[in-house]
Design a protein around this ligand. Structure first.
Ligand SMILES: Nc1ncnc2c1ncn2[C@@H]1O[C@H](COP(=O)(O)OP(=O)(O)OP(=O)(O)O)[C@@H](O)[C@H]1O
Length: 768
């Protein structure tokens, strides 16, 4: 089954140990399999030839499918009014919308075979390839029938060609997952997926993965877990038999360390888990209760929104596996979460706090946690930060208490900033002077090693494909320097001049609230997001933001990590973030999945220190370039923003007055005697009393200013066809024209960078 003879391939093959009989003839699709070997460090030439060879095989298979495909149009017509129903009805977050969207996009997919996203490509490097038998179509049918729900969807995807999926097959992704990947038009794995999935699936290795934001880390753990669960489900019955045999032969604690795969395959499953496996009858019986389903996998995320997103992502990819996924997180009604858990989802995505709460309350399904087969700690560096998520430590103590169970579990650790290391703080450096043993900056390797020890995982495959810049490849970075009081002006200028989906990050909740008020007076329809909002409102705001192509989300760092909102064009740091990690993650909400994006740091003089620290940690030798702004338009911008600020202050004042009046009335009502005396005490009378004249005046001025603001906002800020000049950084460089037609912020900035380079060259020449 090897793609190419060993002698002609550069690289090293090594045998994979497999327990049990190797020469099979049991009709399970593995006939003729005599063993597995792994090839590492192979070259580009080999990948290309392997691709061609695989493509030929798949095309052969497709020829036989062609007849079926011809029937597709008529099948589709028949199915037009039927909707496949695959998800958990109980969760209001699991909607049918995604399925409908998928069906629509499937129809479009024939015209537009290669999606933009598919451009993400696996790059050559340290690959692990294993000869992997293709699963038989009949196995699909078995799985799907067992679930009893998937038949209709099965027919709907007949038209999806698998020729584009060779790379997925090569790294061991089973067909039931391939189908979902094809639907999503994920034609090939991303770099981090190519480098981790084979080791996770074939080698059953723990994985430590660092890759840039938006590079597909969710599926890098999601696919191996789904595959692992499919395998466990299939072998459920066999395991029960094996348990009896192995219990008498295996003494795991005294065994020397073998490869994870061997070790995990040989370990005796605990009796509880064996009891949890559905019997052969149950797995095909639609009426069987679900409460026998094990909890196979736990995915921990730092924020609620991320938990929802990861769950949705896994649900989409698990569509044809029959595996159930659910999310539990704070801010949602506990009763509802208990109801979701009572359905025994095999994968639970959770935030640590709520998970621990439910565990402590003795939730039956979560209490199977000791027997977990897979554990993911997403955004790991954030999760183990001091002072955060104490529940995670409690949880790990519980999970790692039994060495046997700990050894059986496969762990996944991922983040974009896993290997980011910091400069020593100034005070440590100064103390270093003259000392024999000096404090040294921690290396990336040391950081990872510490993490591994802290989490108690063993011999993981470590993959670090983060770029030296720390940020995404297609991200354009720049900054705007101004005074503190001018930040609102520049922000408003940018939003008006470069319309597009934008996230503005602030360092505090108060700042989010203030900007929310101000920019709503400026008709920008901002959607705030911070930890003091109720969960429903948080999710609603995210939804509304996602729905608008010019949406504006103003958020704290609660939205900095992991959120995958399509087509965010701009990320603006209203304040220099307190940590470099936050800069990387915030910026990573744009320029995802090979798309372009821009991030702008709006900084004032007191923030320079943090900015310098950030540049040092990211090993930047040059300042971030300045974003070009038309100073001539700032006058008009200033008039609007300042008027809006005045309205905001007056508005706050009147609202306070009104609440005071409300309070007075309420108190008066409560004190019966006074109520009699004040029965006709109206709002106007309050305005006439003592400082009532002042209140009335305020109200009148407020109305006037509001009207003026609305008149200003009705006029266009930028006249059509205008062009302007801006000075390049350094001041002594020539002014550069920006045409009105080039409103795209990324293009504007790229052009400015190019101009800056040219001008620098000219300057150098003129000096000689
Ligand atoms: N193989 C693929 N081909 C095309 N798109 C993909 C592929 N894998 C994932 N994606 C898409 O890329 C986007 C980013 O993926 P994901 O959210 O997993 O990134 P991430 O690396 O976890 O980012 P972050 O570090 O910000 O959490 C998602 O929209 C996802 O659906």
């Amino acid at each position: 089954m090897k793609v190419k003879s060993k002698s002609t391939i550069k690289g090293s093959w090594s045998k994979v140990k497999i327990a049990g009989n190797l020469i099979t003839n049991d009709g399970g699709g593995f006939e003729g399999l005599v063993g597995l070997e792994v090839l590492e460090n192979y070259d580009n030439d080999f990948i290309l030839k392997a691709k061609k060879s695989n493509k030929r095989n798949i095309e052969d298979d497709e020829d036989s499918d062609k007849e079926e495909n011809n029937d597709l149009v008529s099948k589709k017509k028949r199915k037009q009014n039927k909707k496949p129903k695959l998800d958990d009805d109980d969760s209001d977050l699991d909607s049918d919308k995604e399925e409908n969207d998928d069906l629509v996009s499937k129809k479009k997919s024939k015209k537009n075979k290669k999606s933009k996203l598919s451009k993400i490509s696996a790059k050559p490097g340290r690959y692990v390839l294993v000869n992997y038998p293709r699963e038989d179509e009949s196995e699909f049918a078995q799985e799907d029938d067992a679930e009893g729900q998937l038949g209709e969807a099965e027919e709907e995807i007949d038209d999806i060609k698998t020729t584009d999926l060779i790379q997925w097959k090569t790294i061991g992704v089973p067909d039931s997952i391939l189908k979902a990947l094809a639907e999503k038009k994920f034609t090939e794995p991303t770099q981090i997926q190519s480098l981790t999935i084979p080791a996770a699936i074939m080698g059953r290795k723990d994985i430590v993965g660092a890759a840039e934001t938006g590079s597909g880390k969710t599926l890098a753990f999601g696919i191996p877990i789904l595959n692992g669960i499919l395998e466990l489900k299939k072998s459920g019955a066999c395991m029960r038999e094996r348990t009896v045999k192995l219990k008498s032969n295996v003494n795991v604690t005294s065994k020397p360390m073998q490869s994870k795969r061997n070790e995990r395959d040989n370990l005796t499953p605990p009796p509880e888990e064996v009891n949890n496996f559905p019997s052969d009858d149950e797995s095909n019986d639609e009426n069987a209760t679900n409460d026998t389903r094990p909890l196979y996998a736990l995915v921990l995320t730092p924020t609620r929104e991320l938990a929802v997103q990861v769950k949705d992502h896994l649900v989409a990819i698990a569509k044809y596996t029959g595996i159930k996924v659910a999310a539990v997180f704070g801010g949602m009604a506990q009763v509802k979460q208990e109801r979701i858990l009572s359905k025994c989802p095999e994968i639970v995505v959770a935030t640590p706090g709520r998970l621990w709460e439910l565990l402590s309350l003795g939730n039956e399904h979560l209490n199977k946690i000791e027997n977990l087969s897979f554990l993911v700690i997403d955004e790991t560096d954030r999760m183990i930060e001091k002072g955060h998520f104490e529940e995670l430590t409690l949880l790990l103590n519980r999970l790692n208490a039994d060495p046997l169970k700990k050894a059986r579990r496969q762990n996944f650790i991922f983040s974009a900033t896993l290997t980011l290391v910091h400069e020593l703080p100034g005070y440590v450096k100064s103390k270093n002077v003259g000392k024999k043993i000096k404090a040294q900056k921690q290396s990336s390797e040391q950081k990872v090693q510490m993490l591994i020890e802290h989490l108690g995982i063993s011999q993981p495959k470590i993959v670090d494909v983060t770029k030296k810049t720390g940020t995404a490849d297609k991200l354009t970075e720049c900054r705007i320097i101004c005074d503190l009081a001018q930040k609102d002006l520049y922000l408003y200028y940018f939003l008006q001049r470069h319309p597009g989906r934008t996230i503005v990050f602030c360092n505090s909740i108060d700042c989010v609230k203030r900007l929310g008020q101000l920019f709503s007076l400026l008709n920008c329809q901002p959607r705030p997001l911070h930890a003091q909002m109720n969960q429903r409102q948080r999710l609603k705001n995210l939804e509304r933001f996602t729905a608008s192509p010019t949406g504006l989300l103003i958020a704290t760092d609660v939205a900095a990590r992991g959120l995958d909102i399509p087509n965010v064009q701009h990320v603006i740091h209203y304040q220099v973030p307190r940590t470099t990690e936050n800069y990387v993650h915030r910026s990573g909400r744009t320029a995802r999945a090979n798309n372009e994006g821009i991030t702008i740091l709006i900084m004032e003089p007191s923030e320079v220190r943090n900015y310098v620290k950030l540049c040092r940690t990211l090993e930047r030798s040059e300042d971030l370039p300045l974003f070009p702004v038309s100073e001539q338009h700032l006058k008009a911008v200033k008039a609007r923003v300042e008027l809006a600020r005045e309205v905001d202050i007056l508005d706050l004042k009147t609202r306070r007055t009104q609440s005071e009046i409300g309070w007075l009335k309420k108190s008066a009502k409560e004190m019966d005697i006074i109520v009699d005396d004040m029965s006709d005490f109206s709002e106007n009378e309050l305005y006439d009393s003592d400082d009532g004249g002042e209140r009335y005046k305020t109200k009148r001025v407020l109305k006037q200013k509001r009207d003026n603001l609305n008149k200003l906002l009705a006029k266009p800020l930028f006249t059509k066809g205008f062009s302007y000049k801006y000075p390049l950084s350094g001041g002594n460089l020539p002014l550069v024209d920006i045409e009105d037609s080039k409103r795209n912020a990324v293009n504007v900035m790229k052009e400015a960078i190019e101009d800056y380079k040219q001008a620098k060259k000219k300057n150098k020449k003129s000096k000689f």
